[in-house]
Design a binder for this molecule. Sequence first.
Ligand code: NAD
Length: 327
Amino acid sequence: MSKRYLVTGGTGFIGSGLVRKLVHAGNDVRVLDNNSRGTTSRLSDILTDIEIVEADIRDRESVIAASRGIDSILHLAYVNGTEFFYSKPELVLDIAMRGMLNVIDACRVQDIGELVLASSSEVYQSPPVIPTKEDAPLIVPDVMNPRYSYGGGKLACELMAINYGRSGFDRVMIFRPHNVYGPDMGWEHVIPQFALRAKDLTSKQPDGIIPFPILGDGRQTRAFCHIDDFIEGVHKILNKGKHLEIYHVGNPEELSISEVADHVIKCFGREVDVRPAAAPEGETSRRCPDISKLRDLGYNPSVDFADGIATTVKWYSDNAHLSPLKT
Ligand SMILES: NC(=O)c1ccc[n+]([C@@H]2O[C@H](COP(=O)([O-])OP(=O)(O)OC[C@H]3O[C@@H](n4cnc5c(N)ncnc54)[C@H](O)[C@@H]3O)[C@@H](O)[C@H]2O)c1
């Protein structure tokens, strides 16, 4: 059955993919985003099929107005990008807390029965069991470390979604993305930064092995999930997920950061010599989701990392001139 969705953060990397999927599935979609990191160009192929409201998620009246006539709010608006957790922790928390309250208020004022929150794997930091299930303990290891503004904000949003969601809603659900990647994923992440640096280094050094400095010893692992798989996963949750449930969305294939560097350099037809350096404080050494709960809803990630990284690196190589960052 088709629905009327409001997607906050809908011009972002994940939000735009989700909006496209919902439109193609026959739903009506309205997007709320302030385009601080998102851009409507990501939705250029479906602009005539959707409504776009340019507003700040912290502006209560705008969020309530944008929620009029909506059946379901998918709340993704948030400050993403690891370096901002360190440099703008107050902004991260301001958008996290005011945004979440405004979205809940909008659901109540407009009598909206469904709320779906994008959380993060950063709510559980360094978990006791890996691969990690949804019931792992959530933790803020050190309030003094600005890094945890992001995970702490998400943790508080989860608490609010579940506890405010206990009454007055038909369905409140949380999904936790785990290292989603793909073309046009933003610039402040490891894969885009590796891709830009690899392009630069391989053009400056036309032959031989490429020396490649990385943060950490290279043995840290992450489980990367291609955006196409990820969107399928969230769509399964929207169709079949249950009230007050949390779902891990990812691909449990673990890769070390050295292996990621190797894949990226191979995309330029070259070999790499990874050079370790000190890791930023607060980095988790290993993270990998247990996705059996989502598999039970029919989810089965299928994009191989070697294929997914090739198209992603190509996008960054072709669009390096758009980068706001120095490599
Ligand atoms: N990409 C990942 O691997 C990943 C991992 C864990 C969690 N998440 C979460 O998933 C969601 C989407 O992430 P993404 O990768 O698409 O990031 P993104 O930065 O591309 O998207 C976030 C969107 O929120 C918008 N936004 C930021 N502040 C806003 C404000 N004050 N008012 C209105 N809009 C605002 C941005 O303009 C952007 O379009 C976020 O909640 C993020 O924390 C993503």
